[in-house]
Design a protein around this ligand. Structure first.
Ligand code: GDP
Ligand code: IMO
Ligand code: MG
Length: 432
């Protein structure tokens, strides 16, 4: 029996997971999403094409890879339909290559309305949700009143849909939210009909059978470890377990069947939405990162908050996820800086220094303690595998490796598939 590898973000999302899943996918028989939903925006670039996926796994452009939307996902049929329609021009064999868990939770239109209502009621303290209905859908799942994908095949689905939405309407009465229910309902039911034509399956059987046959499986995380519902900067988090453990519950994978854990991080940090961000930059340097990195949300278009690399946060994410290899993304973005800063510790209010994530990060103030490193300050655009990295970039990476105790196996230097640099020969041949 083979093991499933897991790929996930170690920061606040948007680390470049989509790009790397697409790069690795030819090595995998199955790529599976295990949590999150349309809040995710995973960007893939190849052959001059740029495509953003929200719920569909990032292995979809590889013809021999099966793609699974697992039971841990919250699926919006309306978004699903739009995504499938946007993929139509690529002639992909979706009937054969895409499988959706019957146990995945459905996002109904009132979940989106509730998300909006709860967020506006929070005022200044709002989470900065993507307003895709994620939190309310997971609430219903945990509250044991959610609808699941498999329910759409049941004869009484419309009754079930009516009951849950009536329950939501009763809540919505307390909030000043305007909506056109006739339109939303029609759009939803027609999308449900569309969804019913796809492979709805008990994907835990599919995945375990593939592993049993010695096939390879890659679990694709959404969001990032610091947005995890348990370990992220609560309450400024998403509503699912974004960490390796989430791949077990979100796909029906036993922990002993997990193999490698690829931890993806940007060479700096970004965050979109509210919540603590110790190394955030409010100056021209932050602007420069945003400009160079085109740091605007893939799902919402919001400008991302930008800052220097945060090693205590990465250490924490590595610990919680059991990361075995690090992949560093967007190194090219830092090429503009003659000097770089890396946060090695936090200074707390009482003056002590720590590399542990403080419990009250969301409420107290921590001051990052930085180490300055010389930047490489040259374009990385002509870099190719086999060539050596600029010495300062090599130093930057070694500094990170020493602090984190793990190898940085891959360095990404641009959004395209081909702009991917392996630091170890072995890894390069492994990943083709
Ligand atoms: P994901 O949510 O983790 O898949 O990441 P997103 O797609 O939301 O955001 C990452 C953004 O950075 C996308 O626009 C990618 O095309 C882009 N990107 C990925 N890797 C690199 C890189 O190495 N350099 C640059 N400049 N852009 C990258
Ligand atoms: P990918 O998979 C970055 C953030 C939102 C908000 C918080 C809660 O593309 O990395 P939610 O809609 O889940 O209730 O929002 O989480 N967030 C993300 N930030 N990348 C994502 O996904 C995100 N998904 C949610 O901005 O702060
Ligand atoms: Mg994203």
């Amino acid at each position: 029996m083979s093991k499933a590898d897991v790929l996930l973000g170690l920061q606040w999302g948007d680390e470049g997971k989509g790009k790397i899943v697409d790069v690795l996918a030819p090595r995998y028989d199955v790529v599976a999403r295990f949590q999150g939903g349309p809040n995710a925006g995973h960007t893939l670039e190849f052959d001059g094409i740029k495509h953003v996926l929200h719920q569909i796994p990032s292995g979809i452009f590889r013809p021999s890879t099966k793609n699974v939307i697992g039971n841990g996902v919250v699926l919006d049929p309306v978004v699903f339909r739009k995504e499938i329609e946007a993929l139509a021009r690529y002639n992909l064999n979706l009937q054969e290559n895409l499988f959706i868990s019957k146990k995945a939770t459905l996002i109904v239109p009132t979940h989106r309305l509730l998300d909006q209502a709860y967020e506006s009621a929070k005022g200044e303290a709002k989470i900065g949700s993507t307003l895709r209905g994620i939190g309310p859908a997971y609430q219903d799942k945990i509250g044991r009143q959610g609808l699941r994908v498999g329910d759409i095949l049941l004869p009484d689905f419309s009754d079930r849909f009516r009951r849950i939405t009536e329950h939501h309407f009763a809540i919505l009465e307390r909030y000043p939210i305007a909506y056109d229910w006739v339109k939303l309902k029609e759009e939803f039911l027609s999308a449900v009909e569309f969804l019913s034509q796809f492979n709805l399956a008990e994907t835990e059987y599919l995945i375990n059978a593939e592993l049993q046959r010695g096939k390879t499986v890659l679990a694709e995380g959404a969001q990032g470890a610091l947005l995890d519902i348990d370990f992220g900067s609560y309450p400024y988090v998403t509503s699912s377990n974004t960490i390796t453990a989430g791949a077990c519950t979100g796909l029906g994978l036993a922990p002993r069947h997990i193999g490698e854990v690829y931890g993806i991080f940007k060479a700096y940090c970004t965050r979109v939405g509210g919540g603590p961000f110790p190394t955030e930059l409010f100056n021209e340097e932050g602007e420069q990162i945003r400009r160079q990195g085109n740091e605007y949300g893939s799902t919402t278009g919001r400008p991302r908050r930008c800052g220097w690399l945060d090693l205590p946060a990465l250490k924490y994410s590595i610990m919680i996820n059991g990361v075995t290899q690090l992949y560093m993304m967007k190194a090219d973005v830092l090429s503009v800086f003659p000097m770089l800063k890396v946060c090695t510790h936090y200074r707390l209010d009482d003056g002590t220094e720590t590399d542990v994530m403080p419990y009250n990060l969301a409420y107290g103030k921590v001051t990052p303690v930085y180490r300055e490193l010389k930047g490489w300050n040259v374009s990385l655009s002509s870099l190719s595998n086999g060539k050596s990295l600029p010495a300062e970039l090599e130093n930057y990476i070694r500094f990170i490796e020493e602090h984190l105790g793990l190898p940085v196996v891959l360095v990404s230097t641009g959004p395209d598939r081909t702009q991917t640099f392996y630091r170890h020969e072995q890894a390069a041949s492994l990943h083709g």
